[in-house]
Write a protein of this length. Structure first.
Length: 268
């Protein structure tokens, strides 16, 4: 049984890796044609939805757990990718992060974009999608209290991210707020409540894979995503944009970077 499930898990991982490689390669070609790597952010969410349904149909007969997980991921992916698409549509040109990389990479920007933006993102996508593969490999096991807790955690994280994005979009849509820092709503408790919400919802997805065989493999997913958001592509990269901005520095002194906490009193 152990060997059989191991082989199935490895086979499914290979299938998903192939799907991700093809998927991100297509998005790279679109980015190349448009000279805009920002669309990699749109590809992020939808890629998880693709993997969700690939694993569902690969598993022959999807379980209730798998179906619930897929619906959760699909709702999240559609909202996130739709939001990013709308946001980018109102931006003049390429996102500042990708524009800076393009300038830094010079004549090597084509292959470095493919490897360091699209394929690297695809690699992270594959690892974060591990709970889907664990569930697809589990067979017909019943829903339990831990899974119910996971659904609740996912819902909290999803709402946190969606509300934070809505508040920020509304703030930026006001001409009078141009150049200002968002410091109200959820943003008064965390400098990145949307990132916090995304991390939380993936911890919820992980809990839906407990206590199935190889559940510990699924733990890679939320740990990796939380690390990426707090140490690599999320908080550090975005905050570098506001370096030496007095308004942001004042905001940062009293506001938690990630986990929502009551604002610190000025001067404390």
């Amino acid at each position: 049984m152990f060997c059989s499930k191991t082989v199935i898990m490895l086979t499914l991982f290979t299938v998903c890796a192939t799907v991700v490689f093809c998927y991100m390669s297509v998005w790279f070609l679109l980015a190349l044609a448009r000279k805009d790597n920002s669309i990699a952010d749109v590809a992020w969410g939808m890629g998880f939805m693709l993997l969700a349904w690939v694993t569902f149909f690969y598993a022959d007969a999807g379980t209730v757990r798998h179906l619930v997980m897929n619906v959760c991921i699909s709702v999240w992916a559609i909202r996130l990718s739709g939001y990013i698409y709308q946001r980018n549509a109102h931006k003049p040109g390429e996102d500042f992060r990708y524009r800076a990389w393009r300038e830094a990479w010079g004549k090597n920007w084509v292959w470095r974009s493919y490897l360091q933006v699209f394929l690297l993102q695809g690699f992270f996508m594959l690892l974060i999608a591990l709970p889907l593969m664990v569930v697809a490999n589990s067979g017909h096991t019943g829903w339990n209290r831990i899974n119910s807790a996971g659904l609740i955690v996912f819902t909290i994280g999803f709402l946190f991210e969606a509300i934070a994005d809505f508040q920020l979009a509304h703030f930026k849509s006001q001409e009078s707020n141009k150049g200002k820092i968002m410091t109200s709503g959820l943003w008064q408790y965390s400098r990145h409540p949307n990132y916090f919400g995304e991390a939380v919802l993936w911890w919820g997805i992980f809990l839906m894979a407990v206590p199935l065989p190889y559940w510990y493999v699924a733990l890679i997913s939320p740990v990796l995503l939380t690390w990426l958001l707090t140490h690599v592509s999320g908080v550090p990269m975005l905050e570098s944009k506001y370096k030496n901005n007095p308004q942001f520095e004042q905001y940062a002194q009293k506001t938690s970077a990630f986990i929502p906490l009551p604002p610190k009193k000025t001067g404390s």
